[in-house]
Ligand binder design. Structure first.
Ligand code: LLP
Length: 387
């Protein structure tokens, strides 16, 4: 399932650049692989909408039977509009507003993943007003190091996310006083773009310990949710377009001790949509400096902020040139008035010219959703490649 260069070049002729290209054939193959691997253990996967909420992408994922993991009221409404069922929708987030909680209550969602004592009290109060009982899970901070970028690691103590073990007694007291809350699960998430899978083994062992604390107090939980974070291969997307879902789920089967009838839930974003997306851009100018050649392209940090924000690596391919003989090094930069508007430094490309079409790879996750209109730029269109 190769990147179809002819298709991209044709589209780039009759479509303004930059644009996002979503490879629906790769998306479907990824979903199939994930579903097959999860079904083996009867694991439930929720798609984390925050990674990519394009309607066609959402609908395709929904058709495979995935649930939804939402972090705002608008994400809940969008998930439901695009065919996800409320009974498979989770609502997470450290700062849920009253309006957003009310949306979740009105729609009778599967669970609110709660992150503080006060949040539980507020959900209780709002549920009481509606004469409802809200199902909640406690988002627990497992204090596991995900070995990923410091801005996308979340499971360490004194993070803004989650509840720490020393708060458990207080949480139980709060729950005792909240008649409109039903505790149904525990939720964990240790970070994003995790490629060292041993972090998940550590997570399982921590979950077992934490579960024990609840079991000793005879608190039975219907589900455990271990979050998302499974990383993709940004370096070799053609070699590894689909991540090893089997190996990933097998870790949980091997190390996580589920109680009888307990369900295991996941919230995957990037691993489902990361590699299927490309940001297609055109070279505007080549500027040869004394030490550095710049390839100035018409996409910028406004369309894909990851390199500027996290120093994230994205592979860059010149789609117009197939010769690999005359490789040159370029800093591939955008047009935005910020020095951090750079997709890659010293990127080895064939001799590149004005008008060449360049693909910034693996832009399917946290690309379009994080786009902004700085410099009054237009949010680009999406082109779908069906295969
Ligand atoms: N569950 C929770 C509670 C999360 O906070 C996240 C992501 C996910 C699931 C999905 O994580 P994934 O499977 O996609 O790694 N903008 C950053 C990533 C931020 C991730 C935020 N939370 C980036 O571009 O790398």
């Amino acid at each position: 399932m190769e990147l179809n260069k002819t298709f991209i070049l044709e589209k780039a002729c009759d479509q303004p650049t930059p644009f996002y290209l979503y490879r629906m054939d790769l998306l479907r193959a990824t979903l199939e692989a994930c579903k097959k691997a999860a079904d083996k253990y009867n694991y439930k996967v929720h798609y984390a909408l925050k990674a990519n909420s394009d309607p066609k992408v959402l609908q395709t994922i929904g058709e495979f039977g995935f649930g939804a993991d939402c972090v705002s009221g608008q994400e809940i409404l969008t998930a439901l509009e695009n065919g996800y069922s409320a009974s498979h929708t989770a609502f997470a987030g450290v700062g849920k507003t009253d309006d957003e909680i009310n949306i979740g209550l009105d729609k009778d969602i599967f669970t609110f993943n709660c992150e503080s004592v006060q949040e539980i009290e507020v959900i209780n109060e709002l549920a009481q007003k509606k004469g409802k009982v809200a199902r909640i899970a406690l988002r627990i901070n497992p204090n596991v190091n995900a070995n990923t970028h410091k801005y996308i690691t979340t499971g360490l103590e004194e993070n803004k996310f989650g509840i720490n073990k020393w708060e458990f007694e207080k949480i139980l007291k709060t729950l005792d006083a909240c008649d409109h809350i039903k505790l149904t699960g525990l939720h964990f998430h240790i970070g994003s773009q995790i490629v060292d899978l041993s972090a998940y083994r550590s997570l399982c062992l921590r979950v077992n310990e934490i579960q024990q604390w609840f079991i000793e107090r005879r608190i039975l939980l219907e589900h455990i949710n271990v979050g998302g974070g499974l990383g993709i291969d940004y370096y070799q997307p053609d070699l590894n377009p689909i991540i090893d879902f089997e190996g990933y789920f097998a870790i949980f089967n091997d190390f996580l001790e589920l109680q009888p009838h307990q369900e295991l839930h996941f919230e995957l974003g990037r691993a489902l949509v990361g590699t299927m997306g490309e940001l297609i851009t055109k070279v505007l100018y080549i500027k040869n400096g004394q030490r550095t050649n710049f390839a100035i392209v018409d996409a910028g940090m406004t369309e894909l902020i990851r390199p500027a924000l996290y120093q994230a690596y994205h592979k860059i391919d010149n789609i117009s040139k197939s010769d690999t003989v005359s490789d040159v090094f370029y800093d591939v930069v955008g047009p935005i008035c910020e020095s951090s508007d750079c997709f890659g430094k010293r990127v080895k490309l064939p001799l590149t010219e004005r008008g060449d079409i360049v693909a910034i790879r693996c832009a399917g996750a946290y690309g379009q959703v994080m786009a902004n209109q700085y410099n009054l730029r237009k949010i680009p269109d999406v082109v779908y490649y069906e295969g």
